[in-house]
Design a protein around this ligand. Structure first.
Ligand SMILES: C[S@@+](CC[C@H](N)C(=O)[O-])C[C@H]1O[C@@H](n2cnc3c(N)ncnc32)[C@H](O)[C@@H]1O
Length: 207
């Protein structure tokens, strides 16, 4: 779904920004859909950046990575481009909540007017009373996709799991709030258990 959104909204000649580009897995698929796309990734991990360079060998004129800590995003220096589209997959929940908020504002600033930010990430289970609902979703996903999802058997275990991973996901409502406060119009396009794909549009002001 993310790749379809990117392909449908990409404007040739503009640049796509990937927040937390990691080992270039998403770009590998993206270049199959959009062979001429230009992408700038931001990530702080030299190991991940090296993996991405290896995976995307031959695309070095189209894909560049800016090595930078997202916790200090305001000081990031991006190549000067027309950023019409941004996306982030499974990254922003790794940051402390205040940094998540700053990243949203920064993406809004970097994007051109009318630009889109597609945000696909983990969201928080809002409280112990809802936990059984998420367990049902995970159990169903295990049955349907023959995969194993182990995020704790109780809410306290789940929270411990997040602590151990160093993750601080926000709830869907908190995410929608910080996205709106950054100036975006937000649409939760697909929410499944504790994963959400949110389209954020930089509104073109009337007049
Ligand atoms: C789970 S990986 C996702 C990578 C990629 N988006 C994907 O879906 O394959 C999370 C990425 O976020 C990066 N990351 C986490 N915290 C970061 C930070 N504070 N600054 C920059 N990158 C960070 C990690 O290095 C890693 O590459």
């Amino acid at each position: 779904m993310l790749l379809s959104l990117i392909a449908d909204h990409y404007i040739p000649g503009s640049t796509i920004l990937d927040i937390g580009s990691g080992s270039g897995l998403v770009e590998e698929q993206l270049f199959r859909r959009l062979p001429d796309a230009l992408v700038v990734g931001v990530d702080y991990s030299p190991a991940m950046i090296a993996m991405a360079e290896k995976r995307l060998a031959g695309k070095d004129k189209q894909f560049v990575t800016v090595q930078h800590d997202l916790c200090d995003i305001q000081s990031a220096k991006l190549p000067e481009r027309d950023y019409q589209l941004a996306f982030s997959v499974q990254t922003i929940h790794n940051l402390p909540p205040e940094s998540q908020r700053k990243v949203m504002s920064w993406v809004h600033k970097v994007l051109s007017k009318g630009g889109f930010f597609f945000f696909l990430d983990r969201i928080a289970v809002p409280g112990a009373d809802s936990f059984s609902c998420y367990q049902s979703v995970w159990k169903r996903q295990e049955r349907v996709y023959s995969s194993s999802i182990d995020e704790g058997r109780s809410f306290p275990e789940h929270q411990q799991y997040l602590d151990e991973q160093g993750d601080s996901p926000l709830t869907l409502q908190e995410n929608l709030k910080i996205i709106a406060e950054a100036g975006f119009q937000a649409s939760a396009l697909d929410v499944r258990g504790n994963r959400a794909l949110i389209a954020c549009v930089k509104i073109i002001a009337a007049g």
